[in-house]
Design a protein around this ligand. Sequence first.
Ligand code: FE
Length: 164
Amino acid sequence: MKQVLLSFIFTLLALNIHAQAQYTYQQLGDKYVVSVNNHEEVVKVLTDFCKDMNIQAGSIIGIGAINEATLRFFNPQTKKYVDKTFNEQMEISNLTGNVSTMNGKTYVHIHATLGRSDYSALAGHLLSAKLNGAGEFVVEKFDGKIERYFDKGTGLNMYLFESK
Ligand code: FE
């Protein structure tokens, strides 16, 4: 019994160490300055960060360097997503996102402009991005909570406001 308890505690510790290894941050008022660790997946870390800080409504901005990104394009006619992955070194010249919840789970919606080595840019809805260099973000926590719902008409997860 004692051994089972000990291994449970060690597992919890290991999970906690892993969770903390994804980023470092400093809180300044209602804003968090977040540095995502190298080689981590940016969207996952930002989502985990919002979960860790219990942010249920907010905004995200950021810059950084990545070597892989998957962008998602929504076709309003078919209501389907088309995903495309780019494997090359790129600058996140801008990342803008918002934080809400859907069915009680943290929901991070992020768009980005990605600069290529020839100084041209890719842009779109950012599904995932692998950091290769620095990743510097600011997450602002709003007071309260914003929930989403699936809107059949558009095929999108829209804001659910009480005034709706
Ligand atoms: Fe989007």
